[in-house]
Design a binder for this molecule. Structure first.
Ligand code: DX5
Ligand code: ZN
Length: 218
């Protein structure tokens, strides 16, 4: 199913109203909700953990897409799966045993994704394409929302789509995706687009129609 999916990242939402923000973006057309977990070690920022995911679960009807920017990953997989994560994405750079991590995510009942930082070549996941449901290509350096899109990552997306072939594997573009950059990553083969600032900017739970307009513009 390569129909385009928009996954708003709640990193750009009101941190004091996450439940209502998830309901608002879903009501306004979001396909997935992207939850950016950061540990202040793998990336220079700290956000939230499994308890937040569990609290958000009742407010997300669709796919809860959990992006783990943490190291190590393995000790926390079951907690995120129990919290209700549908997709759990780990970074290939997070440790020496990414294949085992992906097996553990699959065993937890969640769908495994693997993420690549901008400095990591597509070939780093060549041996993992039968073990994941999704490859997340970071189109910014991880840690913060609102950064500028890195155009060179489009070539990586194209290369990955070629490597994936006819496997049922999503390619997610994550970072700096907005109406000006979405077309290039979709043309290259991305079918899940994460967008934080491009979705939440200018809107609020009280003015959620803005979210719908922003989503449709991507
Ligand atoms: C960055 C996160 C991204 C980010 C996207 O580390 O993984 O998901 O929140 O935010 P925007 O769309 O504002 O770049
Ligand atoms: Zn993310």
């Amino acid at each position: 199913d390569r129909s385009l999916k928009i996954a708003p990242s709640i990193l750009a939402a009101d941190f004091a109203a996450f439940g209502a923000e998830c309901e608002a973006v879903e009501a306004q057309g979001a396909d997935w909700v992207h939850v950016d977990v950061m540990d202040g070690h793998f990336v220079p920022n700290i956000t939230f953990g499994p308890a937040m995911c569990a609290a958000l679960r009742p407010h997300i009807r669709g796919t809860m897409d959990v992006h783990l920017m943490i190291a190590p990953v393995d000790p926390y997989i079951d907690a995120f799966a129990r919290a209700g994560a549908d997709v759990i994405t780990a970074h290939v750079e997070a440790g020496p045993h990414v294949h085992r991590t992906l097996q553990a995510i699959r065993a937890s009942g969640a769908r495994p994704g693997v993420a690549l930082n901008p400095g990591t070549p597509a070939e780093a996941v060549a041996t993992l394409l039968d073990d994941v449901d999704m490859v997340c290509v970071m189109t910014v350096n991880p840690g913060f929302g609102g950064q500028s899109f890195l155009p060179a990552q489009t070539d990586k997306i194209r290369r990955l789509r070629q490597m994936i072939g006819d496997r049922p594997v999503h390619i997610q573009a994550d970072g700096g995706i907005d109406p000006d950059t979405a077309a290039s990553v979709v043309a290259a083969g991305a079918d899940v687009l994460v967008a934080g600032s491009a979705v939440f900017r200018g809107g609020s739970v009280a003015d959620a129609d803005v979210y719908g307009r922003n989503i449709r513009a991507i």
